[in-house]
Design a protein. Structure first.
Length: 463
C-alpha cells in the first residue's frame, strides 16, 4: 500500500491530477487515503486550481491532513493575490498550528502588497510566538510605503524585545532610504524633515550624512552644511564636512572649501578633505597652492599615530589623481600598515595606468608584496587599461601573471571585449576560451555578441 501511495503522490506532482484523485479514492486505509488527498489538493493549489483543491480538501477524513491541505491552499491563494479568499479559508483550519502558519504567510503577503489592514487582522490571530515576527514584517512594509507614524505604532506593539528593536531599526533604515531618494529628486527640505524624525541616533546620523553628501554633489552647499550641522555623531559629521569641502573644491570654490576643512575636528577626515582640495587645485593649474595644501594634509596626518596609515593612503591616492605620481609613491612607501600600504600602491598604479604610463604602473604593482589580492586587482586594472589603449598582446601577458583566478578571468573578459570593439572578433573569441570562471566567460561571450550585432547594424545602415 505504501508503494501505491508513493505512486499517487508522484502522479500528483507530475500534474496527472485526475488519475491521482481516482486512485486515491480506492485506497482502503483512511490515513493513507487522507495523506494522498492532501498531496493532491496541494498540487492543485500550486497549479492555481483553487476551487478544485478545496473540493478535494473537504473529502479528507482526518483533521490533521485536512488542516495541512487547507493551509497549503490558503498560502497559494495569498501568493496569487487572492487575499480575502485566503483569509477566509485560513480561519476555517481546525488545527491551531496550521491555522497560525497560514495566517502568518497571509500577513506577510498582504503587507508586501500594501494591504495593511488585512495584514494586521491576520497577524492578530497568529500564535503569540509568531505574532511578533509578523508585526515586524508589517511595520517594515509600512515604513517602506512611507507610513512612518503607523509603522512606529505597530512596532511598539511587538512583544518580543529583540524583534521590536529590529523593527524600529528597519523603520529607521526605510526612512533613511526614502530621505535619500528625496534628495536625489531635489526635495531637500522634505528629505531633512524625514531624516530628523528617525528615532535611532546612529541611523539618523548616517542618514543626515548621506543627505549632506548628496546635496553637496548636487551643488547645494548651503543645504548640505545645514544637514551636516544637525549630525550628532562626531565621526559622521566630520566625514560629511569632508565630502562637502571636496565638492566645493571640485566646483572651484577653493577658499570656502579650505574654511570648511579647517572646521573638521577629526584629524583623519580633515587631512582627507585637504588632500582632495589639493588634488582639485592641481587639476585647476594652481600648482603652488596645491603643494601647500598637500603639505598641510601631510602634517595633520602625521600628528595622529592611530589614523596615520589610513590618512596617508588617502593623501597618496589624491596625489596620484592629481598626477603627482612620484610624491604619491614616496608617501605610500612610508605607510606603516601593510594593508594600507598595499591599497595605496594599488590606487597609484591604477591612476598611472589610466594616464597611459603602463611601464610605471607595472613597476608600482611589483612593489605590492604583502597582499596578493591587491596585486591581482592592480594587474587586472592595468591589463584592462592596456587593452582599451589597443595594446592587446601586452595586456594578455599581464593578465597571465595575475595570481587569483577571479581577477585573471575579469582581466581576460575586459581584453576580449576591447578586442571585439576593435573589430578583432576571432581573437576575442580565442581569449574567451582562456577564461577559467564560467560566469565571466558567459558574460564575455554575451558582450561580444552585442558588439557584433552593433557592428552589423552599423554596416547595414551604411549600405
Amino acid at each position: 500500500m505504501r508503494r501505491e501511495l508513493s505512486d499517487i503522490i508522484a502522479m500528483a506532482k507530475a500534474g496527472q491530477l485526475d488519475h491521482a484523485f481516482q486512485a486515491a479514492q480506492k485506497i482502503e486505509d483512511a490515513w493513507d487515503r487522507s495523506w494522498a488527498l492532501m498531496k493532491i489538493a496541494e498540487a492543485m493549489a500550486k497549479a492555481g486550481q483553487f476551487d478544485r483543491a478545496l473540493q478535494v480538501a473537504q473529502k479528507i477524513e482526518t483533521a490533521w491532513h485536512r488542516s495541512s491541505a487547507l493551509r497549503d491552499i490558503a498560502e497559494a491563494m495569498a501568493k496569487a493575490g487572492q487575499f480575502d479568499s485566503a483569509f477566509q479559508i485560513a480561519q476555517k483550519i481546525e488545527d491551531a498550528w496550521s491555522r497560525s502558519g497560514a495566517l502568518w504567510e497571509i500577513a506577510e503577503a498582504t503587507a508586501k502588497a500594501g494591504q495593511f489592514d488585512l495584514a494586521l487582522q491576520a497577524a492578530q490571530e497568529i500564535f503569540a510566538e509568531a505574532r511578533s515576527w509578523a508585526l515586524m514584517k508589517i511595520a517594515k512594509a509600512m515604513a517602506k510605503a512611507g507610513q512612518f507614524d503607523r509603522a512606529l505604532q505597530i512596532a511598539q506593539k511587538i512583544e518580543d524585545a529583540g524583534l521590536r528593536s529590529c523593527a524600529l531599526r528597519d523603520i529607521a533604515i526605510a526612512m533613511r532610504d526614502i530621505a535619500k531618494a528625496l534628495v536625489e529628486a531635489g526635495q531637500f527640505d522634505r528629505a531633512l524633515q524625514i531624516a530628523q524624525e528617525i528615532k535611532g541616533a546612529s541611523v539618523r546620523s548616517e542618514a543626515l550624512r548621506e543627505i549632506a553628501e548628496a546635496m553637496a554633489k548636487a551643488g547645494q552647499f548651503d543645504h548640505a552644511l545645514q544637514a551636516a550641522q544637525k549630525i550628532e555623531d562626531a565621526s559622521d559629521r566630520s566625514w560629511a564636512l569632508a565630502a562637502i569641502a571636496k565638492a566645493m573644491a571640485e566646483a572651484g570654490q577653493f577658499d570656502r572649501a579650505l574654511q570648511i576643512a579647517q572646521k573638521i575636528k577629526d584629524a583623519r577626515s580633515r587631512s582627507s578633505a585637504l588632500a582632495e582640495i589639493a588634488a582639485a587645485m592641481a587639476k585647476a593649474g594652481q600648482t603652488e597652492r596645491a603643494d601647500q595644501t598637500f603639505r598641510l594634509a601631510l602634517k595633520i596626518a602625521h600628528e595622529n599615530a592611530r589614523s596615520r596609515s589610513g590618512a596617508l593612503w588617502e593623501i597618496a591616492e589624491a596625489m596620484a589623481k592629481a598626477g603627482q605620481f612620484d610624491l604619491a609613491l614616496q608617501i605610500a612607501q612610508k605607510i606603516e600598515n601593510a594593508l594600507a600600504r598595499s591599497g595605496a600602491l594599488r590606487d597609484i598604479a591604477k591612476a598611472t595606468a589610466k594616464a597611459g604610463q603602463f611601464d610605471r604602473a607595472l613597476q608600482i604593482a611589483q612593489k605590492i608584496e604583502e597582499e596578493a589580492l591587491d596585486r591581482s586587482e592592480t594587474l587586472k586594472d592595468i591589463a584592462k587599461a592596456m587593452a582599451k589603449a589597443g595594446q592587446f598582446d601586452r595586456a594578455l601577458q599581464v593578465a597571465q601573471k595575475i595570481e587569483t583566478a577571479w581577477h585573471r578571468s575579469s582581466a581576460l573578459k575586459g581584453i576580449a571585449v576591447a578586442m571585439a570593439k576593435a573589430g578583432q572578433l576571432k581573437c576575442a573569441v580565442k581569449v574567451v576560451e582562456m577564461i577559467d570562471d564560467p560566469v565571466r566567460r558567459l558574460q564575455a561571450l554575451a558582450a561580444i555578441k552585442v558588439v557584433k550585432r552593433g557592428k552589423g547594424n552599423q554596416e547595414a545602415a551604411a549600405k
